[in-house]
Design a protein. Sequence first.
Length: 277
Amino acid sequence: MGSGSADSRIETLPPLIITATPNKCWLEPELSYPDTIADVAEECARCEAAGAAVLHLHSHTEWIPMLAAVRAASNAIVQCGMSSFLIDERLDIFTQHGDMISVIANHHDEAFPEGNVNVLHPMEELIRYCELGIQYSVRPEWEIWHSGSVWNIEYLLKNTTLVEPVITTLFFGWPGGTWSPPTVEEYLNRRRMMPKQCAVTVSVMGPERYGVLAAAITSGDHVRVGTEDYARNRWGTPAQASELVAEVVQIADALGRKVATPDEARELLNLTPASLT
Protein backbone atom coordinates (compact mmCIF):
# COMPACT_ATOMS: atom_id res chain seq x y z
CA MET A 1 0.00 0.00 0.00
CA GLY A 2 2.89 2.36 0.74
CA SER A 3 4.25 1.91 -2.78
CA GLY A 4 0.83 2.52 -4.33
CA SER A 5 0.47 5.73 -2.31
CA ALA A 6 3.84 6.98 -3.58
CA ASP A 7 2.87 6.11 -7.15
CA SER A 8 -0.37 8.05 -6.79
CA ARG A 9 1.46 11.10 -5.45
CA ILE A 10 4.00 11.29 -8.29
CA GLU A 11 1.22 10.87 -10.86
CA THR A 12 -0.28 14.14 -9.60
CA LEU A 13 2.95 16.10 -10.24
CA PRO A 14 3.18 18.39 -13.29
CA PRO A 15 5.04 16.98 -16.29
CA LEU A 16 8.82 17.03 -15.94
CA ILE A 17 10.51 19.79 -17.95
CA ILE A 18 13.92 18.64 -19.18
CA THR A 19 16.46 21.28 -20.19
CA ALA A 20 19.25 20.14 -22.54
CA THR A 21 22.66 21.83 -22.68
CA PRO A 22 24.39 20.83 -25.96
CA ASN A 23 27.39 23.05 -25.20
CA LYS A 24 31.09 22.79 -24.43
CA CYS A 25 31.96 20.66 -21.40
CA TRP A 26 33.56 22.99 -18.87
CA LEU A 27 35.14 20.14 -16.88
CA GLU A 28 36.52 18.32 -19.92
CA PRO A 29 36.80 20.84 -22.76
CA GLU A 30 38.49 18.28 -25.00
CA LEU A 31 35.29 16.21 -25.30
CA SER A 32 33.30 16.61 -28.50
CA TYR A 33 30.23 18.83 -28.70
CA PRO A 34 28.34 20.59 -31.53
CA ASP A 35 30.51 23.62 -32.27
CA THR A 36 28.93 25.13 -35.40
CA ILE A 37 25.48 26.66 -35.69
CA ALA A 38 24.38 23.90 -38.08
CA ASP A 39 25.65 21.21 -35.71
CA VAL A 40 23.94 22.89 -32.76
CA ALA A 41 20.62 23.03 -34.62
CA GLU A 42 20.85 19.32 -35.54
CA GLU A 43 21.67 18.33 -31.96
CA CYS A 44 18.83 20.52 -30.67
CA ALA A 45 16.41 18.60 -32.88
CA ARG A 46 17.77 15.34 -31.46
CA CYS A 47 17.42 16.69 -27.90
CA GLU A 48 13.77 17.57 -28.51
CA ALA A 49 13.10 14.16 -30.05
CA ALA A 50 14.69 12.52 -26.99
CA GLY A 51 12.44 14.44 -24.58
CA ALA A 52 13.89 17.91 -23.97
CA ALA A 53 11.46 20.83 -23.81
CA VAL A 54 14.07 23.55 -23.20
CA LEU A 55 17.39 24.15 -24.98
CA HIS A 56 20.04 26.05 -23.02
CA LEU A 57 22.40 27.42 -25.67
CA HIS A 58 25.64 29.38 -25.84
CA SER A 59 26.71 32.14 -28.18
CA HIS A 60 28.29 35.56 -28.00
CA THR A 61 28.24 37.42 -31.29
CA GLU A 62 26.01 35.04 -33.27
CA TRP A 63 22.68 34.96 -31.45
CA ILE A 64 20.72 36.13 -34.50
CA PRO A 65 21.73 33.23 -36.81
CA MET A 66 21.78 30.80 -33.87
CA LEU A 67 18.18 31.53 -32.89
CA ALA A 68 17.02 31.35 -36.51
CA ALA A 69 18.70 27.99 -37.13
CA VAL A 70 17.53 26.39 -33.89
CA ARG A 71 13.96 27.59 -34.33
CA ALA A 72 13.90 26.18 -37.84
CA ALA A 73 15.05 22.80 -36.51
CA SER A 74 13.10 22.54 -33.24
CA ASN A 75 9.94 23.61 -31.46
CA ALA A 76 11.67 23.54 -28.06
CA ILE A 77 11.95 26.60 -25.83
CA VAL A 78 15.20 28.52 -26.39
CA GLN A 79 17.03 29.56 -23.24
CA CYS A 80 19.96 31.86 -24.08
CA GLY A 81 22.92 31.27 -21.80
CA MET A 82 26.39 32.72 -21.14
CA SER A 83 25.21 34.69 -18.14
CA SER A 84 28.80 35.68 -17.30
CA PHE A 85 28.62 38.30 -20.07
CA LEU A 86 27.38 41.74 -19.09
CA ILE A 87 23.93 42.82 -20.14
CA ASP A 88 25.05 45.24 -22.88
CA GLU A 89 26.86 42.34 -24.58
CA ARG A 90 23.59 40.38 -24.76
CA LEU A 91 21.06 42.82 -26.18
CA ASP A 92 20.58 40.71 -29.36
CA ILE A 93 18.81 38.14 -27.21
CA PHE A 94 16.14 40.72 -26.33
CA THR A 95 15.75 42.19 -29.80
CA GLN A 96 15.46 38.68 -31.31
CA HIS A 97 12.97 37.66 -28.60
CA GLY A 98 14.72 34.63 -27.19
CA ASP A 99 12.24 32.75 -25.01
CA MET A 100 14.49 33.05 -21.95
CA ILE A 101 17.76 34.69 -20.98
CA SER A 102 19.92 33.14 -18.26
CA VAL A 103 20.81 35.56 -15.47
CA ILE A 104 23.08 34.67 -12.57
CA ALA A 105 21.49 36.02 -9.39
CA ASN A 106 24.84 36.74 -7.76
CA HIS A 107 28.57 37.14 -8.43
CA HIS A 108 30.07 34.75 -11.02
CA ASP A 109 32.86 32.72 -9.41
CA GLU A 110 33.66 29.52 -11.27
CA ALA A 111 36.90 27.56 -11.77
CA PHE A 112 37.55 25.34 -14.78
CA PRO A 113 40.59 23.81 -16.55
CA GLU A 114 40.66 26.55 -19.19
CA GLY A 115 40.38 29.39 -16.68
CA ASN A 116 38.43 31.01 -13.88
CA VAL A 117 35.41 33.28 -14.27
CA ASN A 118 34.96 36.15 -11.84
CA VAL A 119 32.37 38.77 -12.78
CA LEU A 120 30.34 41.03 -10.51
CA HIS A 121 26.62 41.33 -11.29
CA PRO A 122 25.23 44.07 -8.99
CA MET A 123 21.58 44.51 -8.12
CA GLU A 124 21.29 47.39 -10.62
CA GLU A 125 22.10 44.96 -13.43
CA LEU A 126 19.59 42.40 -12.17
CA ILE A 127 16.87 45.07 -12.07
CA ARG A 128 17.69 46.07 -15.63
CA TYR A 129 17.27 42.43 -16.72
CA CYS A 130 13.78 42.54 -15.18
CA GLU A 131 12.92 45.74 -17.03
CA LEU A 132 14.21 44.54 -20.42
CA GLY A 133 12.48 41.21 -19.92
CA ILE A 134 9.13 42.95 -19.57
CA GLN A 135 9.84 45.32 -22.47
CA TYR A 136 10.76 42.54 -24.92
CA SER A 137 8.71 39.64 -23.46
CA VAL A 138 11.88 37.66 -22.75
CA ARG A 139 11.76 35.74 -19.48
CA PRO A 140 14.80 35.78 -17.18
CA GLU A 141 15.93 32.35 -16.02
CA TRP A 142 17.55 33.05 -12.67
CA GLU A 143 20.60 30.99 -11.73
CA ILE A 144 20.49 30.20 -8.00
CA TRP A 145 23.89 29.18 -6.62
CA HIS A 146 23.48 29.68 -2.88
CA SER A 147 21.27 31.32 -0.26
CA GLY A 148 22.45 34.81 -1.29
CA SER A 149 20.92 34.18 -4.71
CA VAL A 150 17.61 33.46 -2.99
CA TRP A 151 17.84 36.75 -1.07
CA ASN A 152 18.31 38.60 -4.36
CA ILE A 153 15.26 36.90 -5.89
CA GLU A 154 13.19 37.87 -2.86
CA TYR A 155 14.35 41.46 -3.31
CA LEU A 156 13.45 41.48 -7.01
CA LEU A 157 10.01 40.03 -6.27
CA LYS A 158 9.35 42.90 -3.85
CA ASN A 159 10.84 45.73 -5.91
CA THR A 160 10.39 44.89 -9.61
CA THR A 161 7.92 43.23 -11.95
CA LEU A 162 8.50 39.52 -12.56
CA VAL A 163 6.16 37.28 -14.53
CA GLU A 164 5.19 34.20 -12.54
CA PRO A 165 6.20 31.52 -12.18
CA VAL A 166 9.66 32.96 -11.73
CA ILE A 167 11.93 30.61 -13.70
CA THR A 168 14.96 29.45 -11.70
CA THR A 169 17.74 26.87 -11.86
CA LEU A 170 19.58 25.59 -8.77
CA PHE A 171 23.25 24.65 -9.33
CA PHE A 172 25.21 22.04 -7.39
CA GLY A 173 28.77 20.77 -7.69
CA TRP A 174 30.00 23.47 -10.10
CA PRO A 175 33.61 24.25 -9.06
CA GLY A 176 34.66 27.70 -7.86
CA GLY A 177 33.67 30.14 -5.17
CA THR A 178 29.95 29.53 -5.73
CA TRP A 179 30.34 25.73 -5.34
CA SER A 180 27.87 23.81 -3.21
CA PRO A 181 27.84 20.07 -2.44
CA PRO A 182 25.99 17.91 -5.00
CA THR A 183 23.90 16.13 -2.38
CA VAL A 184 20.21 15.53 -1.81
CA GLU A 185 20.56 17.21 1.58
CA GLU A 186 21.90 20.41 -0.02
CA TYR A 187 19.15 20.35 -2.67
CA LEU A 188 16.39 19.97 -0.08
CA ASN A 189 17.88 22.69 2.12
CA ARG A 190 18.08 25.27 -0.68
CA ARG A 191 14.76 24.17 -2.11
CA ARG A 192 13.05 25.02 1.18
CA MET A 193 14.34 28.60 0.86
CA MET A 194 12.89 29.18 -2.59
CA PRO A 195 9.92 31.54 -2.90
CA LYS A 196 6.64 29.79 -3.69
CA GLN A 197 6.34 31.80 -6.92
CA CYS A 198 9.30 29.93 -8.46
CA ALA A 199 9.47 27.10 -10.97
CA VAL A 200 12.65 25.21 -10.11
CA THR A 201 15.09 23.28 -12.31
CA VAL A 202 18.14 21.45 -10.95
CA SER A 203 21.63 21.23 -12.51
CA VAL A 204 24.39 19.03 -11.08
CA MET A 205 27.96 18.98 -12.38
CA GLY A 206 29.56 15.64 -11.62
CA PRO A 207 29.01 11.88 -11.66
CA GLU A 208 27.06 11.96 -8.37
CA ARG A 209 24.18 13.81 -10.01
CA TYR A 210 21.66 10.96 -10.20
CA GLY A 211 20.57 11.10 -6.57
CA VAL A 212 19.88 14.83 -6.74
CA LEU A 213 18.12 14.57 -10.11
CA ALA A 214 15.94 11.73 -8.83
CA ALA A 215 15.06 13.80 -5.74
CA ALA A 216 14.07 16.72 -7.97
CA ILE A 217 11.97 14.49 -10.22
CA THR A 218 10.07 12.95 -7.31
CA SER A 219 9.66 16.33 -5.57
CA GLY A 220 7.95 17.98 -8.53
CA ASP A 221 10.90 20.05 -9.77
CA HIS A 222 12.57 19.91 -13.18
CA VAL A 223 16.05 18.88 -14.38
CA ARG A 224 18.84 20.05 -16.66
CA VAL A 225 21.41 17.75 -18.30
CA GLY A 226 23.82 17.87 -21.22
CA THR A 227 27.41 18.18 -22.30
CA GLU A 228 27.80 21.51 -20.50
CA ASP A 229 26.67 20.17 -17.12
CA TYR A 230 28.39 16.77 -17.27
CA ALA A 231 29.28 15.09 -20.54
CA ARG A 232 29.30 11.45 -19.40
CA ASN A 233 26.50 8.92 -18.96
CA ARG A 234 25.90 6.70 -15.93
CA TRP A 235 28.63 4.29 -17.08
CA GLY A 236 31.17 7.12 -17.33
CA THR A 237 31.23 7.08 -21.14
CA PRO A 238 31.28 10.42 -23.02
CA ALA A 239 27.80 11.22 -24.34
CA GLN A 240 26.05 13.96 -26.27
CA ALA A 241 23.26 16.05 -24.75
CA SER A 242 20.52 14.16 -26.61
CA GLU A 243 21.79 10.86 -25.15
CA LEU A 244 21.82 12.33 -21.65
CA VAL A 245 18.26 13.60 -22.14
CA ALA A 246 17.18 10.08 -23.16
CA GLU A 247 18.82 8.74 -20.00
CA VAL A 248 16.83 11.14 -17.80
CA VAL A 249 13.62 10.20 -19.62
CA GLN A 250 14.29 6.57 -18.67
CA ILE A 251 14.79 7.61 -15.03
CA ALA A 252 11.59 9.67 -15.01
CA ASP A 253 9.69 6.79 -16.57
CA ALA A 254 11.02 4.39 -13.92
CA LEU A 255 9.93 6.84 -11.20
CA GLY A 256 6.49 7.27 -12.79
CA ARG A 257 6.67 10.92 -13.85
CA LYS A 258 5.48 12.08 -17.25
CA VAL A 259 7.86 14.19 -19.37
CA ALA A 260 6.65 17.55 -20.71
CA THR A 261 6.50 18.41 -24.38
CA PRO A 262 7.65 21.92 -25.40
CA ASP A 263 4.01 23.06 -25.62
CA GLU A 264 3.24 21.68 -22.16
CA ALA A 265 6.37 23.37 -20.80
CA ARG A 266 5.28 26.70 -22.30
CA GLU A 267 1.94 26.38 -20.52
CA LEU A 268 3.53 25.38 -17.21
CA LEU A 269 6.01 28.28 -17.36
CA ASN A 270 3.47 30.81 -18.65
CA LEU A 271 5.58 31.54 -21.72
CA THR A 272 4.23 33.35 -24.73
CA PRO A 273 4.85 31.70 -28.13
CA ALA A 274 8.30 32.33 -29.60
CA SER A 275 8.59 35.26 -31.96
CA LEU A 276 10.20 34.52 -35.32
CA THR A 277 10.92 38.15 -36.11
